[in-house]
Design a protein around this ligand. Structure first.
Ligand SMILES: Nc1ncnc2c1ncn2[C@@H]1O[C@H](COP(=O)(O)OP(=O)(O)OP(=O)(O)O)[C@@H](O)[C@H]1O
Ligand SMILES: [Mg+2]
Length: 244
């Protein structure tokens, strides 16, 4: 009998995800294409049979060039998207920092959004209230906490979203690129906190084009190419393969 802790945190089994690509623009083009029985759309396989398992406490870099399917994969793991085929399973609480401003309501203030965002991540109102000051302190945006977030800069969104995420009881943290909109001091602070989460045994999946940073942070690298896993192994080797 396997122990509970041996069960993977993330299980991705033969996942396929396609998107429709449009080929026409104007009414006329659409009409002409229809008359000639030309297809108006075609299918694009963003993920074409992806499988991997990520265990408790692993830090994994999801690597690949632009358009290789990294963000799509993270959205499937976070549950924002569903696979067309195959399955994605996760165990424990998953917090995702995937798109700047996702999970925020533009017309609400930073303060109200902290409660909203924390609730989405499974925190009760009481827990959030207790953590509130600490959340705002880490974000360093006290001055703007009662401003509607539609007026926030990208960096301010990141600050609040990151701060809320690290104050929840997460088991798995997914980070997509988003750190790159933070200024250097804040990026350093975020990275230090991410390392701390890793040392506490949390599971991390990180997407970044900063290959040096990500290969230091993560011991394992999964390299996506043309919707498939090209390499899965030590992150340094994955990075070397990308650069070759
Ligand atoms: N909602 C969508 N509709 C149509 N195509 C999409 C959609 N989302 C993603 N795609 C396509 O799927 C492919 C993979 O996109 P994805 O955003 O996952 O790439 P990525 O690896 O994150 O790239 P980047 O490094 O630029 O962030 C791209 O070709 C993209 O155009
Ligand atoms: Mg992306």
């Amino acid at each position: 009998m396997p122990r509970i802790s041996d069960a993977p945190r993330i299980l991705v089994e033969d996942v396929h995800k396609h998107f429709k690509l449009r080929h026409t623009h104007s009414m006329k083009e659409t009409f002409v294409a229809a008359m000639r029985r030309k297809p108006l759309t075609s299918e694009f396989q963003a993920l074409d049979g992806i499988s991997f398992e990520i265990g408790e406490g692993e830090a994994v870099a999801l690597l690949g060039f632009n358009g290789s399917g990294k963000s799509t994969m993270l959205k499937l793991i976070s549950g924002v998207l569903r696979p067309d085929e195959g399955q994605v399973r996760t165990r424990g609480r998953v917090a995702g920092l995937i798109e700047v401003g996702a999970g925020f309501h533009p017309d609400l203030s930073g303060r109200e959004n902290v409660y909203l965002n924390a609730a989405i991540l499974g925190m009760s109102k009481k827990e959030t209230k207790e953590q509130f000051d600490s959340i705002v302190e880490f974000s360093e945006i006290e001055k703007f906490i009662d401003t509607e977030v539609k007026h926030y800069s990208s960096g301010m969104f990141l600050r609040l979203a990151f701060s809320v995420a690290i104050h929840t009881h997460l088991d798995v943290l997914l980070i997509d690129e988003i750190l790159s909109v933070g200024d250097e001091p804040f990026q350093k602070k975020c990275l230090a906190r991410v390392r701390e989460l890793h040392s506490q045994g949390k599971t991390l999946v990180v997407v970044s084009h900063d290959l040096n940073m990500v290969s230091h942070l993560c011991e394992r690298g999964i390299l996506l190419q043309d919707g498939k896993v090209r390499f899965d192994g030590p992150s340094a080797d994955a990075v070397e393969l990308m650069r070759s």
